[in-house]
Design a protein around this ligand. Sequence first.
Ligand code: PEP
Length: 250
Amino acid sequence: MRRPLVAGNWKMHGSRESVAQLVQGLLSEQVGEGNVDCAVFPVAIHLSSVLAQVAGSKLSVGAQVCAAQSGQGAFTGEVAAEQLQDLGCKAVLVGHSERRQLFAETDALVAGKFAAALRAGLTPVLCVGESLAEREAQQTEAIVLQQLRAVIELCGAEALRQAVVAYEPVWAIGTGLTATPEQAQAVHKVIRDEIAVHGSEIAAQVRIVYGGSVKAANAAELFAMPDIDGGLVGGASLDAKEFAAICRAA
Ligand code: PEP
């Protein structure tokens, strides 16, 4: 049985004060206390304060991005996975569609970041997903598998045991459009079947979460699908009560 995971991607949102209030709200809602793993992904400069605030709670904290380079070095502006781990982070998003689209992160770079996260002992949350044009051109499966295979080729399928895969159709991110539970399930199954080619036990173990305009009103029906193990939530994770309700639905 896979334990559900609900993760909140806060993107480039929040001030010190609003983030502290949001965390306070999540703690009062006892987010993370049930049979579901809950994690939040604040902007890098807020990681330390959020980590301090959640200490002793079940809420875990991850980063939105890390460098593909390990250790330390002359990489101005980058943050190494080891530095995130040293700070207390447990996970890092890799390959979010905004990074792929707006910051030109290629499949190869994403795979490099995935490998760097693993080396540092972080859980990489590998985001994959197709654009609207790709879906309309019937390329969903090909795109998602290409993104997944880039990681498997570099790191091996065994590495997925330490990871989470997030299926996030780009057309559903921040648009209010959600994949239907059946649409999402179909792609989650494609992902799990591909992993099963390398080992059925690995496939059975890997958590595959759905992201794309998840909210309290649609979470339960999405999470009820057999291959959907929780959610990666953007906009709705900025409201403590809404995020807590999504966590309860998992
Ligand atoms: C995301 O950015 O990962 C996301 C799923 O955003 P939203 O929930 O706002 O669509």
